[in-house]
Ligand binder design. Structure first.
Ligand SMILES: Cc1ncc(COP(=O)(O)O)c(C=O)c1O
Length: 724
């Protein structure tokens, strides 16, 4: 064989074995390594994304690359995850094997499949290939079914194994986990009654190398030549690396309540392989020594240097993002060809469509949600000396709008169930200075607007003042409250929307104020554009506005004339943006439906986890799930929020914190004397909240990926990194 030309295809190249094999074989073969959700770069070899559960995708890769050898390493190996997500385990562990076999059937391609010791039940121990397989969990079952598929290919080679080694990802193999814990002087438990013949990945790579050279085929156990318990394994690592063995405590596997059943004596009889290869496999301690030697030679960092995880933008799952399709693009393009790209008819068309969609009489579109809040406060005549009540758990804009008008923002604490401002808190904080209340429909869940309206009306009667209610519905376009669309203004004077790209519909940047009150509507329109009017009925100086002569029984208006009645701003939105808005609005219901489907899947996945609180859904409200916020008891799971977010980011999953209580911001502290402790519920919420990705273009597999990574970390170090 001319090795220089031999092409080797490795599936699962981002996993422990896949990347170690790529590292081992990189000078020997021309390699293409496939990953799916964890992109990697490996110096000197090609890597590429391929969904191996799609037959067409694998077929294309094989056709183009034309490999002589395929090492099929891609697999879901987390035993608990396989039991939880059987569909995914079935697809990756079985279906991909079936596709590979079918595609290369009859071709001169060597197919090597990496199976597991978990195909045995571990009752008797010392299992050999002729023993009956009897997997106890779905992982073992799916890998065995994978073997059956692979075995259909003539000359295929199957290894049943258990490995440890140096990972490039943040996942840790057994050896790495033990080392990490001992290095940090942490106590660990080791199962004294779980036996295995784990082999070091680079030893295993050598054996695969020899087996390929000798053109071995059939099923072989491949592990260390002897076996040990997981407890003994940890002790050996401690010994070899010079750590305190007393940190390792022997425990029984029976004392742990795993969902997936596990075999106890999973040690492998490797006689068949030794004989066929005429090669002595290393004992466990020799494997650990090789692991140690490589460590001393700096191999872990060399692997990481040569092989790095990369953030493939297409593989990154942000916490929120827009959905722009071809129709949207065409609408914008055709608007660009029209005569007016701003202050034209599209703005009115968008406003009418928005008002209709929300069930309000009027809408005034502006260039951001922040501008919308500002002009709403101006229309409510919020001014110096006034107070404006809002929630501390919101974007700063909900409070800044009051400050723009010279008023003092007052923060009413939230309800820990809904995360929205608590009605009693509003009642307690309203006084004779209160000019407006701005309830924020956080994450899409409407506030209890009827109660808020009742409280405000009572106080208006008590104080004899008008108190405006301005709903900040920047998160809630498409949500319902008491069978009415949020934005209908049935319980408020005005409602504000934002069309930033992470929101339900987007205009790039943009916002709007909805109202049923014509006077407010007219004011809003003026404040949007410098306080200027050109509506004849609004002029102060009719003598200047109109011609003195009468033509056809009328005084004609001077064509140039306008008046500035108030101090307004240039908060105008363009027709280009509104063309996008009109097109997006048509799809709002579909967007909300998909958001709600994803929220259902998340709810199902996270509901049973004690350290996690899923979002509350009131019977009065149907949320559009603008955000999906989990409340995680980080103390309980022993993982810090920053750690969770950083680990998720490494897996390409972006999370966010919504929000830091607004009054704790330096500006508010120095200007209004607010401080930590002002709103205890908001602060408790803030300690625990984390927003995970939710947007309508998320695929089912994106959703599964988020669930799997979040639960792995949230199930605590116990769940993920124990000696299982
Ligand atoms: C609750 C809330 N209010 C107001 C705004 C301001 O909207 P915009 O970014 O469109 O100015 C946002 C934006 O994120 C928000 O989340």
């Amino acid at each position: 064989m001319d090795n220089a030309k031999t092409k080797l295809l490795i599936t699962g190249v981002s996993g422990l074995l896949g990347n170690n094999l790529a590292y081992y074989f990189k000078d020997k073969y021309e390699i293409l390594g496939l990953y799916n959700s964890h992109p990697v770069n490996i110096n000197g070899i090609r890597t590429g994304k391929c969904d191996i559960t799609s037959k067409g995708s694998i077929e294309r890769v094989i056709h183009e690359f034309n490999p002589s050898i395929i090492l099929h390493c891609a697999s879901i190996t987390d035993v608990e995850q396989c039991d939880r997500d059987k569909d995914i385990a079935e697809k990756i562990n079985v279906l991909s094997a079936a596709y590979l076999t079918e595609i290369i059937m009859g071709q001169d391609i060597k197919l090597v499949y990496i199976s597991t010791d978990a195909v045995y039940d571990g009752v008797r121990g010392d299992s050999s290939e002729s023993d009956k397989v009897n997997p106890l969990n779905f992982y073992g079952r799916s890998k065995y079914e994978g073997e059956l598929e692979i075995a259909k290919k003539e000359n295929a080679l199957i290894f049943r194994t258990n490995i440890f080694g140096w990972n490039i990802q943040n996942k840790k193999s057994l050896g790495e986990w033990v080392l990490d814990e001992l290095q940090s002087n942490r106590r660990i438990n080791g199962f004294k009654d779980a036996c295995l013949s784990s082999i070091y990945t680079l030893e295993f790579a050598r054996i695969i190398d020899i087996a390929i050279r000798k053109d071995l085929s059939g099923v072989y156990n491949c592990g260390s030549a002897d076996s040990c318990s997981k407890y003994e394994f940890a002790i050996m690592i401690a010994d070899c690396f010079g750590f305190d063995k007393a940190l390792v405590s022997p425990v029984s596997i029976d004392d742990f309540d795993f969902q997936a059943e596990r075999g106890k004596k999973l040690d492998l009889n490797i006689n068949k392989l030794q004989k066929r290869l005429d090669y002595r496999l290393p004992a466990v301690d020799q494997s650990i020594e090789a692991f140690y030697r490589d460590y001393k030679c700096g191999l872990p960092s060399e692997i990481k240097r040569n092989i790095s995880t990369v953030q493939d933008q297409s593989a990154i799952i942000p916490y929120g993002k827009q959905w722009i399709d071809e129709n949207d693009i065409q609408e914008v393009i055709s608007l660009m060809r029209s005569a007016l790209i701003t202050q034209g008819p599209k703005v009115g068309e968008f406003e009418d469509a928005l008002a209709e969609c929300c069930g309000a009489k009027y809408a005034v579109a502006v260039n951001s949600g922040t501008s919308a809040l500002h002009i709403a406060c101006l229309a409510a005549e919020v001014k110096e000396g006034d107070e404006v009540i809002t929630s501390p758990i919101t974007f700063v804009a909900s409070a800044n709008c009051a400050v723009y008008c010279g008023a003092k923002p007052v923060f009413a604490d939230i309800d820990l169930k809904t995360y929205n401002v608590a009605v009693d808190e509003i009642r307690n904080k309203i006084n004779t200075e209160t000019r407006a209340v701005i309830p924020v429909h956080f994450a899409g869940q409407s506030c209890d607007m009827e109660s808020i309206r009742d409280v405000v009306m009572d106080k208006e009667k008590e104080f004899g003042n008008k108190i405006f209610i301005i709903e900040d519905a920047s998160h809630a376009l498409g949500s319902f409250y008491k069978d009415k669309y949020v934005g209908s203004c049935v319980f408020s004077d005005m409602t504000v929307m934002s069309f930033h790209p992470v929101k339900h519909i987007t205009t790039g940047e943009g916002g709007a104020v909805l109202t049923n009150n014509e006077i407010l509507y007219k004011k809003l329109k003026r404040f949007r554009s410098h306080g200027i009017t050109n509506i004849p009925g609004e002029f102060i100086y009719n003598d200047l506005a109109f011609q003195s002569s009468v033509i056809g029984g009328q005084h004609l208006m001077n064509p140039w004339y306008y008046e500035q009645l108030d101090l307004g701003y240039n908060y105008r939105i363009t027709d280009i943006q509104c063309a996008l808005g009109v097109s997006q609005l048509k799809k709002l219901r579909g967007f909300c439906k998909r958001r709600s489907e994803i929220a259902d899947v998340y709810n199902e996945a996270f509901r049973g986890i004690e350290s996690i609180q899923i979002p509350f859904e009131s019977e009065d409200c149907s949320s559009n799930f603008h955000l999906y916020v989990l409340l995680v008891d980080f103390n309980r799971i022993g993982v810090e929020r920053a750690h969770l977010m950083i680990e998720l980011k490494k897996c390409g999953i972006q999370t966010q914190v919504h929000y830091i209580p607004v009054y704790t911001q330096p500006f508010y502290r120095k200007t209004f004397g607010t401080s930590w402790g002002d709103c205890p519920n908001a602060e408790e919420y803030y300690q625990k909240c984390v927003t995970i990705p939710l947007y309508p273009t998320m695929s089912d597999s994106d959703v599964e990926r988020v669930i799997s990574e979040v639960t792995n970390i949230a199930r605590s170090r116990k769940g993920r990194y124990s000696l299982t």
